[in-house]
Design a protein around this ligand. Structure first.
Ligand SMILES: NC(=O)c1ccc[n+]([C@@H]2O[C@H](COP(=O)([O-])OP(=O)(O)OC[C@H]3O[C@@H](n4cnc5c(N)ncnc54)[C@H](OP(=O)(O)O)[C@@H]3O)[C@@H](O)[C@H]2O)c1
Length: 297
């Protein structure tokens, strides 16, 4: 089965390509240098000419703060891009798995967000991702939209790697403790995506629609940072001695973040039987892989 992975050099994209190839899918991996998803003609051509049977979109404009000033570009990549892929998939009558975000939610819910909760994004990034979802749903019935959150992995830039860098040079850092959510290890996300892709390959009946996927457990960024340092110190010595919990108002950012964006993932677990490891277990797995890669480098 031939699968197109767009945004293949991103942190999710790289894991998707690796996982897909491991499972012996025929993966066509393209990033913006070869396939810009905002170019509708190019997207249609690649999908048609390569006889693609499934598209997975990991391409996105992900700089949440920069998006506030770069509205056109954020909407082009996060809304027009997936719309173009969905259009091309509809033309070829093939399914589309699109990755979205917890930032489509407003953040005021105290319980876990479920798939049918109203989207009410508070920043440009979330708004552009919301519109992307709306366009995909409108263009194509055979869609799976997977909202993930606090994504990190061994590839690319992310919170875990930023904390590791800071922990090597600083003896104390402040981290916000009043924003809660759930981290998602990109390799776990890729596993979940390919459980679904495998069902598509086997022509099993698929319940199309929106699903949530992240690791199990709700934490604050502060708790995440504390655990990152606790684990990292098992691999290397670090300068960091103290993590100071601070409120969002003490750490202003250009874009507002949802106060709580933790999501309920029981639907994807129940529907497809995907695994949802605990966030701390996946963090440990990621660090194992990161330090093995480092040792090899
Ligand atoms: N990162 C998070 O914390 C987070 C949280 C929740 C949801 N998500 C979602 O998860 C998905 C994957 O995110 P990620 O963290 O893996 O993102 P990422 O690391 O930023 O990767 C995105 C990839 O898309 C590429 N790209 C940008 N514009 C493109 C275009 N016009 N055409 C084709 N490719 C383009 C980027 O290339 P360049 O680097 O050259 O621009 C990059 O390789 C996204 O849908 C994102 O919204 C992410």
């Amino acid at each position: 089965m031939k699968i197109l992975v767009t945004g293949s050099n991103g942190q999710a994209g790289k894991e998707l390509v690796q996982k897909g190839r491991l499972l012996e899918f025929d993966i066509i991996a393209l990033d913006v240098d070869v396939l810009d998803i905002t170019n509708k003609g190019a997207v249609c051509e690649v999908i048609k000419d390569n006889n693609i049977s499934l598209c997975i979109n990991a391409a996105a404009y992900t700089n949440v703060d920069q998006a506030e000033d770069d509205i056109k570009a954020a909407f082009a990549v996060n809304c027009d891009g997936p719309e173009n892929i969905a259009y091309a998939c509809a033309e070829e009558d093939i399914p589309f798995i699109h990755i979205s975000t917890d930032y489509v939610f407003g953040g005021n819910k105290t319980a876990l967000y479920i798939e049918t909760d109203q989207m009410a994004p508070i920043g440009i990034y979330g708004k552009s991702k919301k519109e992307g979802e709306v366009c995909v749903k409108a263009a194509l019935e055979k869609h799976i939209i997977i909202r993930t959150s606090w994504l990190y992995g061994v590839y690319g830039k992310n919170f875990v790697k930023t904390m590791l860098d800071l922990g090597r040079t600083r003896d104390e850092i402040s981290v916000v403790c009043d924003q809660t959510g759930s981290p998602a290890f990109a390799a776990d996300l890729a596993d979940a995506v390919f459980v679904i892709a495998d069902k598509i390959r086997k022509r099993e009946e698929i319940v199309w629609g929106v699903y949530h996927y992240c690791n199990k457990g709700v934490i604050s960024w502060y708790e995440f940072a504390v655990k990152i340092f606790e684990y990292a110190k098992q691999y290397e010595s670090m300068e960091i001695d103290r993590v100071i919990p601070v409120n969002t108002k003490e750490y202003p950012t250009k874009a507002k973040r949802p106060k709580n964006s933790a999501m309920d993932c029981s639907l994807i677990v129940k529907t497809f039987g995907v695994k949802q490891p605990l966030w701390a277990d996946s963090l440990k797995t990621m660090l194992d892989r990161l330090y093995i890669l480092k040792d090899k480098a």
